[in-house]
Design a protein around this ligand. Sequence first.
Ligand code: ADP
Ligand code: MG
Length: 694
Amino acid sequence: MMSATLDTPLSSLPGMLPRMTTALKKEGVACVRDVLLWLPFRHEDRAQAGDVLFQPSELPVCHQVIVQKAGNKYFGQRRGGGMFEAQVAPAAGSAWGQSLTLRWWNMPFMSRVIAEGQQLVIYGRIKEWKGRLSMDHPEFEVIDEEAETIHTGRITPVYRLRSGVTQKTLRTAAWHVVQALGQDFIADLLPRPSEAGEFAGWSRARALKAIHFAATMEELEKARRYLALEEFYSYQLRVVRRRRAVIQAGGHPHRAGLLADDFQKALPFELTPAQKRSLHEIQQDMASPAPMNRLLHGDVGSGKTVVAFAAMLGAVENGRQAALMAPTQILAEQHYQNARKWLEPLGVNVALRTGSRAEEGGVELFSKKHPSRGQVVIGTHALLHDDDLVRDLGIVVIDEQHKFGVAQRARLIQKGNTPDVLVMTATPIPRTLTLTIYGDLDVSTLDERPRERGKIITKVRPASKTEEAAVFLRAQLEEGRQAYLVYPLIEESEKLDVTAAKKGHESWAKLLPHFEVGLLHGKLSAEEKEAVMRSFRAGKIDALVSTTVIEVGVDVPNANVMYIHHAERYGLAQLHQLRGRIGRGSHTSYCVLFVPDKDEEATQRLAILEETTDGFRISEEDLKRRGPGDVLGKAQSGQAPLRFAELLADTRLVRLARQLAEKTMDEDPHLLDARFSELRSFVFQEDTPQAMMQ
Ligand code: ADP
Ligand code: MG
């Protein structure tokens, strides 16, 4: 017979029964391609064991057996049903004499399927009861001398099903598809691997067949890696294309001079070696005429802000404007305060822009000296809508960049004339992920924190311990420290059973009678929020009850206690961020994560935060639990989900994909080759504002 093609209808494949093709067709699966691209989500090793002893086991096992006796058994009328039972013995000799009972409840028609003398391959859990071994509802296949087994006796694919198609139907179809396809039914996407490399002898066709039915576990693993490499390669093509587009766009050299040096000298502390190294990398980029496109990546409290300020001065020194965009009003205000404190003495004008036009209440503050001009402009997303204040940007800095959509970042960058771009994030990202998600960026890492920091002690505690926690808190406040008391929502919500911040404020005010307890939440006006933060910074408020509006960036070194109520509602990375508000002064800090009494799951999940304050480890743990999409949040919006994302942990594979993509882009920058016909639009897709809304 001629080999099938991707378009061959399933009905013309040998071995496919009409009822199977009908069932599949109802699910829109009509041809070879449809089956081939329905990838299994896991595999079971059902390689058969013909002469292995039957033994009780937790995991399902596979045996080849002979049926010795079979028939229906009926009990009283009470349960209405009966049981079909088959006594089987191992098919091969050495375990001779052993016996196992297979049982099917309420399936009398089994007597037409299984009969004495047949050979079966069975797959299931073996249980023992009073010395007798049994297996209930095993998966099985009758061994037919003519045909190979499909469902058992091999490494068996398991598919995620949609309604209407059974596992066996789909697997049978996949089997016949794989048998019918030849070697060249699909063109390779990857350049042919060098003969010496890991993938020598592999092709897309082979990988697609082996991902369904592989002869060995090694072959299966190789097929998965090959397909993962394809997927990473597609991403890297896009990343490399963007990177080259930015470089080709051409920018302006911003050579750092005296101003940046004076700034460093005037700081009340010395930069850490990591800060110096990162700043050096940034300044080198800025000095070159190609626009900088760099990620500054460092755990909470690693001191990204001063590095950003020093970088911004590089543009100012060259007569251009610098903008810093922060995700919240509070954070923008804080940066503004620092900028005035550190930059104005150097003669640099600083302006603040928050609140969008749509939102008339927004504040607009300007440096006193030159009210209409700002060499350094700091703000929220409101900057995006301001064409008066923001002109001639030489550098754009985006703080907590994961809080912004791709298009918002792009919009600010477009306001400049190919400005240098520095994005910052405190979400520690494993290296392979930065290569994939932020692959078009160069990366600087702040991998150490400024010294003289107090450590943070973290405990997960049941909510019923709040009173005891209050005693501890009073002692800390008496010593002059300050505290954050965090609640997840502002309004009481019956359904969610949230202790609202307002109620929390009332009860904490009672628990802390001699102290000033403040309240901060998202429904306050901008002025009210800033007034509260100013009092807190000034030490007039001792304990601040707050929603998560304080999550990012807020910096009050004297605050050393944080209680987080309903900690079970947060992700690990978010708790780590919140906790980053403390541990900023020289005092030992204390973080208590309250979870509902007896919530074992939460207690266990949050335990890692008791163990470590290393954001990198926490983020890896998060990655394991939730997958990269959730951890990275908006970073991935607009991108297709990675199917083989688990393999992202494999640096070698991601790097190989990068190398191959660089080479392809050298040889065929517009991807004109036919093998890219489907990929082209993905690679050249721009991040339009529309794309962000999806
Ligand atoms: P993040 O990286 O989380 O944005 P910040 O920039 O807010 O961190 O810095 C945290 C705190 O550390 C700030 O109070 C900042 O002034 C201080 N800081 C930054 N660099 C140093 C340093 N080299 N030595 C001492 N303190 C520093
Ligand atoms: Mg910050």
